[in-house]
Design a protein around this ligand. Structure first.
Ligand SMILES: [Zn+2]
Length: 245
């Protein structure tokens, strides 16, 4: 079976098993899970947030790998919370976050999430604001246990991909389910793991690949990895996006 197709089947199978509450799908990779609970930060101007989000973590991950995955998820939520705080701007809610400003410079393509049907999205600034509002939705649906249980599966990924997720076609009740490469999670630096995690969350928020320069999902995730600094010619884009799915 081609490798990308197999990864897609694993994630779809996990989602279907939860949605249909059935085990008739033959497991491709039978495993057991343990729950890991991660606190949600509380940005200004965002109400109705759960205290935690919840993941069923593949028991093949050891405690150290679990901590690195938890750190990357916490960092991703910190990026979201920082954006929300900067946008809230003391109550005006018209601030331009560092992430939105950075992404606006570089992202010109695939600005529209799969589920979005309103007027065209003009720039990376608007796309970032939409993406981070959708992160709020993903966090609420997970933390209030409205979406199917989010599963984090241990399986080798091709090339240098650290985290893999499917692009969501709907806005509500999307599970934050990922595949994480157990070898790369051991050796990659937290910055690269967080960038790959961020990229996968943007897939869950409805943003498509391709994974290359000027596409929103890739540029936004690379802005996070550069700490929102401008691009440096000594650090080509593929140095970053080689870790994305
Ligand atoms: Zn991707």
């Amino acid at each position: 079976m081609p490798f990308n197709f197999k990864k897609t089947l694993i994630v779809m199978e996990l989602i279907f098993q939860d949605m249909l509450k059935t085990n008739f799908v033959i497991p491709l990779y039978p495993t057991t899970f343990r729950e890991t609970i991660i606190p949600v930060p509380t940005p200004s101007g965002v109400t109705d947030l759960p205290p935690n989000i919840y993941f069923d973590l593949d028991n093949r991950f050891n405690a150290e790998q679990e901590q690195r995955i938890r750190d990357a998820i916490s960092e991703t939520m910190l990026v979201w919370a920082t954006h929300m705080n900067e946008k809230w701007n003391g109550g005006t809610n018209n601030g331009i976050s560092q992430m939105a400003a950075c992404t606006n410079i570089y992202a010109t393509k695939n600005l529209r999430p799969a589920w979005y049907s309103e007027s065209p999205i003009q720039n990376g600034l608007t796309a970032t604001n939409i993406a981070m509002d959708q992160f709020t939705q993903l966090i609420r649906d997970n933390g209030f246990r409205r979406s199917p249980r989010a599963k984090i599966f241990a399986a080798p990924l091709n090339n240098n991909t650290i985290v893999f997720a499917l692009t969501a076609f709907t806005q509500n009740f999307v599970p934050l389910s990922f595949i994480v490469d157990p070898t790369l999670i051991d050796i990659a630096t937290l910055n690269f793991i967080t960038g790959s995690m961020m990229h996968s969350w943007l897939h869950c928020a409805g943003f498509f690949d391709p994974n290359t320069t000027s596409y929103f999902n890739t540029e936004c995730s690379m802005c996070v990895m550069r700490g929102f600094r401008p691009k440096n010619p000594d650090m080509p884009d593929n140095l970053y996006y080689q870790f994305f799915d």
